[in-house]
Design a protein. Structure first.
Length: 339
């Protein structure tokens, strides 16, 4: 079979997600494995969301609300933005796809920090555009370096705040200076998947630029702090004219009814949100204290993960999996010891 496929599609390296727990346990013959590869909420979903899911199941014979009216209204109240500035997505990944579909053409350039979330590059290449990478500077996104790369071909910039995988944030003043150097024709996409974990009030937020005359898009998700990763639901906050363009290409019924119901309930579960934040803070403190005792270099994190230097990460991961397998096979108990 001879198929004609554009070179820019062939250049894409497929995204490799974290291995599902069931597959890992089956492969290594273990049980009760602890998965930390995908930055998921260890407390699970909100109990209120679970109740809403059970209720929504009885209406699965009906199509979902294609406009997401109730959820968009709730988000607009939650963030004090206009309903017309919100687009729902099947995960925030879908919003990235809509943005690249609407704004990019073959030959355009998109500036990306490296390392950061891999889907920025994948969706850029899928539109035939060329990714322009700017390395991190002292493990922080180099906003000045990104601004210097702006050219006549630049159509979009991606920024992850807090950044994945470093957990570092961008201050309001740095982002303000950065935006002053960005032409209004360039779409600046600020991925805020982990923003709800941030405690620093000086952290920049894309919503502050909604009415600035600049093309700033904030991405949010229910996958992380809200614990709804399995339902794939996220949203984008952006100027109304950009919303209108995205809705031209958005698939009808792109967010299922169960996900909408769960997200609505999760926004009202303030106790679950608070418990998740406490759990995350305590976990980070425990890990960072252990790294310090072991004299391992790490990056203080504002997200729900922490970057630590272990030299050979692939080998360490393999050893941890094999250790779990041996413990399972011998029936040994694992005691909590000082690192």
């Amino acid at each position: 079979m001879k198929l004609s496929v554009p070179d820019y599609i062939l250049s894409i390296k497929p995204y490799v997600p974290g291995k599902p727990l069931e597959e890992l346990e089956r492969e290594y013959g273990i049980s009760k494995a602890v998965k930390i590869a995908s930055n998921e909420n260890p407390l699970g979903p909100s109990p209120l969301a679970v109740q809403a899911i059970r209720k929504a199941i009885n209406q699965l014979h009906r199509y979902p609300d294609g406009s997401g009216h109730k959820l968009i209204k709730k988000i607009s109240q939650h963030l004090t933005v206009a309903p017309g500035q919100i687009v729902l997505g099947n995960g925030s990944d879908e919003i990235i796809g809509m943005l690249t579909q609407v704004f990019l053409q073959p030959g355009d350039e998109v500036i990306l920090p490296r390392p950061s979330f891999l889907m920025y590059e994948i969706m850029t290449r899928s539109a035939g555009a060329r990714p322009v990478f700017v390395p991190l500077k002292s493990l922080n996104i180099d906003l000045e370096g990104i601004a210097e790369k702006i050219s006549a071909k630049t159509k979009m910039v991606f920024i992850c705040n807090p950044n994945n995988p470093t957990g570092t944030i961008i201050s309001r003043s740095r982002f303000q200076r950065f935006m002053q150097n960005i032409p209004s024709r360039v779409v600046v996409v600020v991925d805020e998947a982990y923003i709800e974990f941030v405690r620093d009030p000086d952290c920049a937020r894309g919503c502050d630029y909604l009415n600035s005359g600049k093309a700033v898009v904030s991405l949010r998700t229910f996958s992380k702090i809200y614990g709804l990763a399995g339902l794939r639901i996220g949203y984008g906050i952006m100027p109304e004219n950009i919303c209108g363009l995205l809705n031209r290409v958005r698939q009808p019924f792109n967010v299922n009814s169960v996900a909408q119901a769960a997200a609505l309930a999760a926004l009202d579960d303030h106790d679950h949100l608070a418990q998740t934040r406490v759990c995350n803070r305590e976990g980070l403190r425990e890990l960072e204290a252990a790294f310090a005792r072991m004299r391992l270099e790490y990056v203080p994190s504002s997200a729900n993960f922490v970057l630590v230097r272990v030299n050979d990460g692939v080998n360490l991961c393999r050893k941890l999996q094999l250790h779990a397998s041996r413990v399972h096979l011998t029936g040994d108990t694992v005691e909590k010891r000082q690192w």
